[in-house]
Design a binder for this molecule. Structure first.
Ligand SMILES: N[C@@H](CCC(=O)N[C@@H](CS)C(=O)NCC(=O)O)C(=O)O
Length: 213
């Protein structure tokens, strides 16, 4: 059976959501981020047994039929290809487009979206707010591309919900607690709501909320 190492309050959420989309059973090993625990006995990204499996020391990691894979989007793309169905690429061209949008999410959007998520908190300082403003400014270019594509096509690839939407939606989620982004990019806001209304997302989200913060 597929094994997912990583708590749901991590990028493991992407793989768990995909497993629900694919109806794929998995066993979850709740490895926690090292910086989130002071308990030296907790199984974390700093534990020797986890580092032996994945020296990069980051979650998620999957074990799939002897294949050990880190990088959450490598895992979602691999599992979608392997198990097929509507979330997976139907042609090499779709496969390439799914890679393109996943790389775009990870390289052009994720860092700034994460910054917005991490710094949007009641104790945010003026400096934090300035950093958020700069991140929003940098996101203007990729979000314009994404918003235009979604308003013309509804989804990223093939006119249907695929692993590319899932990868992108999990990245966009980080920034979408900022009302300025929600208001500026209505096609993204509508598409994200559709992605997050899916039973697979809701099942993952319920498990995520059940975990300690
Ligand atoms: N690009 C990687 C990022 C992995 C990553 O940074 N994971 C975080 C949790 S979401 C982590 O394990 N942090 C633990 C640490 O830095 O000790 C992916 O998509 O899997």
């Amino acid at each position: 059976m597929l094994v997912i190492h990583g708590v749901t309050r991590s990028r493991a959420s992407r793989i768990i959501w995909l497993c629900h989309e694919l109806d794929l059973p998995f066993r979850q090993v709740p490895v926690i981020q090292g910086y989130r625990t002071a308990d030296p006995d907790a199984l974390s990204t700093r534990s020797p047994e986890f580092l032996a499996l994945s020296p990069a020391g980051a979650i998620p990691v999957i074990e799939d039929d002897g294949l050990v894979l880190s990088e959450s989007m490598a895992a979602t793309l691999h599992l979608a290809r392997k198990h097929g169905g509507p979330v997976a690429p139907a042609t090499p061209a779709e496969d390439a487009q799914m890679l393109q949008w996943s790389f775009y999410a990870a390289t052009a959007i994720e860092d700034d979206a994460l910054t917005i998520q991490m710094l949007t908190r009641p104790e945010a300082t003026d400096e934090d707010r300035e950093i958020i403003d700069e991140a929003i400014e940098r996101l203007e270019r990729p979000l314009k591309v994404l918003d235009a594509h979604l308003s013309a096509n509804g989804h990223l690839v093939g006119g249907r919900f695929t692993v590319a939407d899932l990868n992108m939606a999990e990245v966009i989620r980080y920034g979408w607690n900022d009302a300025r982004l929600r208001d500026a990019w209505p096609a993204i806001t509508e598409w994200l709501a559709g992605c997050q209304a899916r039973p697979g997302f809701l099942r993952m989200w319920e498990a995520r909320l059940a975990e300690p913060v």
